[in-house]
Design a protein around this ligand. Structure first.
Ligand SMILES: [Zn+2]
Ligand SMILES: [Zn+2]
Length: 173
């Protein structure tokens, strides 16, 4: 159930500062999603754009044996001037990508130098309860640890993460 794994991952990111923007699928997984959607929608005309619409994400199919969710995050967040969390993150990220000055603009109008971090999170393997080695955030002591992969996790209450690696940089302009 590829779709279900994607949904689970998406809901785990909800309310956080990381925004899922794209899903990159192997042809096999893509075929599986089409089959799953056709079953529930009684339609034989499920297209790539229908899938994208359904997930509210861009969908890319690649001849590679990987399934990844592309997630983006603007840092720092909150704004260092007014300490407010950035709002409308999806729009803020799009604005940042279009702006060559690497400036983030908060809703109060402050502009500050920032960075866009891009992550690829595998949607393949879920993490079994027994594999969760970290249960308490080493930074703030919260128990709200969200696992994104077997050894990839972040704290939902503070900025801590397990050194989530930036796997690729957006192309330079
Ligand atoms: Zn501000
Ligand atoms: Zn924490």
């Amino acid at each position: 159930m590829v779709l279900e794994r994607i949904y689970r991952l998406l809901s785990s990111l909800k309310g956080g500062t990381m925004i899922p923007t794209e899903v990159v699928l192997s042809p096999e997984s893509y075929a599986e999603i089409i089959a799953e959607l056709s079953e529930t929608h009684q339609s034989d005309s499920i297209t790539e754009s229908r899938v994208a619409l359904h997930l509210a994400l861009d969908v890319t199919v690649r001849e590679r044996n990987t399934d990844n969710l592309i997630v983006k995050e603007l840092v720092p967040n909150p704004c260092p001037v007014c300490h407010r969390q950035l709002t409308f993150l999806r729009e803020a990220i799009a604005r940042f990508e279009d702006d060559s000055r690497s400036l983030i603009r908060c809703q109060m109008g402050h502009r500050y130098r920032g960075q866009l971090r891009v992550f690829q999170i595998s949607i393949r393997e879920g993490v079994r309860e027994t594999e969760k080695s970290v249960r308490i955030c080493p930074e703030c002591g919260s128990e709200s640890i969200q696992y994104l992969g077997p050894s990839e996790m972040l704290c939902l209450d503070c900025d801590w993460d397990s050194g989530l690696e930036v796997r690729f940089q957006p192309r330079a302009r």
